[in-house]
Structures are given as C-alpha cells and as structure tokens.
Write a protein that binds this ligand. Structure first.
Ligand code: AMP
Length: 307
C-alpha cells in the first residue's frame, strides 16, 4: 500500500457559536493523515512548517504511520496560519485571516522513497505546488485525488485548471462546485466540472451528506445527524482522509468502490466535528469507527414493497 498526501500543516484559530480556540494545530494534511491512518499505513506526507510547529505533533503523526521525509522545516520562519469564524448554521464560515508564511514560498521536493505510490492525495494547497508534485512523480499514481477551495479559484484559476486536467477525482463542497462551474444545479455543475478533467466528482454538502458523480451514475451518502456539532473545521479534510485511506486499503477504484469510500469519509467527518480541531480524531478506537459505520448503514437501510 502506498499513499502520498500533500497539504498544509498549520495553526488555526477558530470561533464557533459554542466556543473559541487560540492557535491550535490544523491544516489539510494534518487532518487527512490522522483520518487516513485508521485504514492504511504508511502515509507519505509532503508539507512545510515553520520553526514554531511543535516537534511533538510531528512525532505523534509519525507514531500513526506518517513518513515525514517530505516535510520541510523552515526553522527561522512561521507556519501557515488560518483564522475562521462559523455562523449559527455551521455550514457557512468566514475566513478572517490567512497568513501563508512558509506556504507562500513552498517548493515541494518529492523524496525518492515516495515514488510508485498507488494514490496521490492533493490536499488543499496552492495549485502550483500541487502541479509540481504531480510533475515530480516518475510514474502516474493509479488514482489522483484533488481537494481545493474558493481561495484558489479566486487567486490561481489558471494553475487550478492545469491541475484539474491531471486528476481522477475532485472533492469540493457545494458552493465551490457552483463557483467552479457557474451552474446552480449540482447535476449540471458536476457535468461541467467533469469536462474540466476529473472522471469523478464528490460534492460535500456538510450536514446534508455527500454526492458522488461519474459521467453516468450518481450516489448519495448521508451525514450522520449529530447531537452537538462543535467545530466543523477540518471535516472536509477528514472526509478526504477516510476516503483515500479506505481506498488505499481496498485498491478498488471502481464506482462501487468509491461509493464505500464516501460512506467511510462521511463517518470519519462525523467524528471530526464533535470536538475542536483534531481532538476527536486523536482519541478514536477501531471499535468507535466500526460502530459509526454501522450507524451509517442503519441510517439509510430500508425495505419497501412497491404496490
Ligand atoms: P476544511 O474545514 O476541511 O475545509 O479545512 C480546514 C483546514 O484548511 C484548516 O485546518 C486550515 O489550516 C486549512 N486551510 C484554510 N485555508 C487554507 C489555504 N488557503 N491553503 C491551505 N490550507 C488552508
């Protein structure tokens, strides 16, 4: 099994209607790695952090099966910092501050030991960095998955279009799918986006689940109705981590295989929102995960007789 994960490793400051956090560890690659490590190991990480990033965090990820050779540590610089605020519905958030810091000048180097990976997960990062990683791989991975966000659509669309042409699956949320395609209907948005390159599209709809599209099929996975959504930060990345971690363990990249992947992704995301930052992901047991997946199956399992 082999999986490369590229993405930000960061400090976040988060405000939700239920509380506020100071600088806590976050970033797309961090959430993806914590989530994916429940299904596959090793995870070959590519990222950059400043001298302020706690060594202990890197050690914890290493203990979860992350390979750190592709992480650059710029000891005299600061890590990426993001500050966000959620509204009462928790499906919308405002970015209050983005300090790119080390991410602004990041030139990824893919270690030789990462070559011949089966899956490349391009987590949220500048499309130029994502392109550079694709170009450094001698053999194209069997599956290339891309996550991106409105920030890059607004600031780096030309590079993003180049990346889109090279990926198999795009993961975005509903507003990003609408922005990228200029279509309100998600079915039309999916058709437009698949013309840009990806063979499959996953549209995440927060508490309303996720849709998987191919050129001629659609599948829907629900989100688990949860008592208390505390902090949605990282839910998208946790979804991505569960999705690709599971796919790396099955190697079934067919539409049927992807359907199971988005159920696993949704199950993992449902844990992430229960506590601030990565807290909940760090305390999960295999049993917690299996029970939650069973809850998902129960949620949509019904018999009906047609009259
Ligand atoms: P999510 O809630 O899954 O969309 O992801 C939240 C994570 O994305 C946070 O931990 C942030 O550190 C990270 N993030 C936010 N903006 C960016 C950006 N422009 N580039 C890379 N990572 C980002």
């Amino acid at each position: 099994m082999s999986l490369i994960v590229v993405g930000s490793m960061a400090f976040d400051a988060i405000e939700t209607p239920f509380g506020k956090s100071d600088k806590i560890v976050g970033g797309a690659a961090t959430y993806i790695a914590w989530s994916a490590s429940n299904f596959t190991r090793p995870i070959d990480l590519i990222s950059v952090v400043g001298g302020d990033f706690p060594q202990k965090e890197l050690g914890l990820l290493q203990a979860r099966g992350a390979i750190l050779e592709g992480i650059q540590i710029k000891s005299d610089k600061k890590s990426f910092f993001w500050r966000g605020k959620y509204h009462m519905d928790m499906n919308t958030r405002d970015t209050l501050e983005t300090q790119l810091n080390v991410l602004g000048e990041f030139e990824p180097v893919v270690p030789d030991s990462y070559q011949n990976a089966d899956i490349l997960m391009l987590g949220n990062l500048s499309p130029a960095v994502q392109l550079s990683v694709i170009d450094q791989l001698a053999t194209r991975p069997k599956l290339v998955v891309l996550d991106t966000m409105n920030f890059w659509m607004e600031t780096a669309m030309t590079d993003l279009e180049k990346v889109l042409r090279k990926v198999d699956i795009l993961l975005v949320n509903d507003s990003e799918a609408r922005q990228l395609s200029a279509q309100y209907s998600l079915v039309r948005a999916a058709k437009e986006i698949m013309k840009m390159g990806p063979k499959y599209l996953v549209i995440k709809k927060g508490e309303h689940g996720a849709l998987l599209f191919s050129s001629n099929q659609v599948f829907f996975a629900p989100a688990l109705p949860i008592d208390e959504v505390f902090d949605p930060t990282g839910a998208g990345d946790t979804f991505a981590g569960g999705f690709i971690g599971y796919l790396d363990s099955t190697k079934d990249f067919s539409f049927e295989g992807l359907k199971s992947g988005i159920v696993i992704g949704s199950a993992m995301a449902s844990f992430c929102v229960e506590k601030f930052g990565t807290t909940r992901l760090r305390e999960l047991s295999r049993e917690d995960i299996d029970n939650r997946i069973k809850q998902f199956v129960e949620l949509v399992n019904f018999d009906i007789s047609l009259v």
